[in-house]
Design a protein. Structure first.
Length: 312
């Protein structure tokens, strides 16, 4: 196959790719963002995503009480319906328990357990609101982490980063979630021990085909295209600009509207109760934090150095 033709095929396949935070399976270079921010949102394309669904994405918190507030189950159920997902097709409790523990048909192996661990940790990171407890040892003390609305995470080494950072489980899990065609490309090289395409295979082997169909019949495929381009814009920082009134602020990649919607639909399909814990509002990063991440060659900074800038 000619190189140019293969490149076009790669882009078509990636338009249907899956992924929490939509990172890790990008094989084609995305164009630079040149669109102006969409009125009332501050987000430009491709971050804003499908215009039809943009009003359903979180809006900026208008008070401290809204920061890191979860959606709640009633709102999550309604949102899933509005995004075109058949809420009767989610995994059963038994299916979810098997999937998240690396069991079921095709499970029970080292790679299955690795895949399950990445999924479980990714869900926890992306639902890091007041409804989801997460702690890290910072300066020798057990410290509660609460960063969902900011779209950031603190990894197990105590480093603050965007979930789209190459070291993040939320990035690495995309190999687990990728469709089979992506895994077949020579350029697709997941980290050792991470099974590419595991989720789709597991769903097919464990009577969850209807869940996949419901996912692809929803807003999910269209948002994936925008999300895939979004994380190609920001290099190592993986921060998203939001510009309103001539002022630009930043938020972690997980709170870009297109990516938030993709993550919501994925998590809802797995476990609606978990999706209900996702952040209902986004919050701009303190300028000092955004600057520290931007100045870091890895896009990571010790949380101990910047935690004082976040409201407690």
């Amino acid at each position: 196959m000619a190189s140019k033709e293969r490149g076009h095929r790669t882009q078509r396949v990636l338009a249907c790719a899956t992924g929490l935070a939509l990172v890790g399976v990008v094989l084609a270079q995305a164009p630079s963002a040149t669109a102006a921010p969409i009125d009332g949102t501050g987000f430009a394309q491709p971050y804003a995503g499908t215009t039809k669904y943009l009003p359903l994405a979180p809006v900026e918190a208008s008070s401290a009480r809204q920061v890191n507030k979860p959606l709640g189950r009633e709102r999550a159920d309604q949102l899933a319906e509005n995004l075109g997902f058949d809420t009767s097709k989610v995994l059963s409790k038994k299916q979810y328990a098997a999937f998240i523990s690396g069991k079921g048909k095709g499970g029970g192996t080292y790679k299955a357990r690795q895949a399950a661990k990445l999924v479980e940790l990714s869900v926890r990171y992306l639902t890091n609101t007041t409804a989801t407890k997460m702690y890290r040892t910072i300066d020798g003390k057990k410290t509660r982490i609460l960063l969902g609305s900011y779209g950031l995470i603190v990894n197990e080494d105590g480093l603050l980063e965007s979930p789209a950072n190459p070291t993040s489980p939320v990035r690495q899990v995309n190999w687990v979630l990728a469709p089979a065609p992506v895994c077949e490309f020579p350029e697709a090289k997941p980290p050792p021990g991470i099974p590419c395409g595991y989720m789709v295979k597991w769903f097919r082997n464990n009577d969850a085909r209807e869940t996949l169909r419901a996912l692809y019949a929803s807003a999910y495929p269209g948002e994936v295209v925008y999300g895939n381009k979004s994380q190609g814009q920001t290099e190592y920082t993986q921060l998203v600009p939001n510009t309103n009134g001539g002022k630009t602020r930043y938020v972690g990649m997980a709170m870009a509207p297109s990516i938030w919607i993709v993550n919501f639909l994925l998590i809802y399909a797995l476990n609606p109760r978990a999706a209900a814990n996702m952040p209902a509002y986004w919050a701009a990063l303190p300028p000092e934090v955004a600057e520290a991440i931007t100045d870091s060659p890895t896009g990571q900074v010790p949380y101990s150095e910047v935690k004082g800038y976040f409201p407690t």
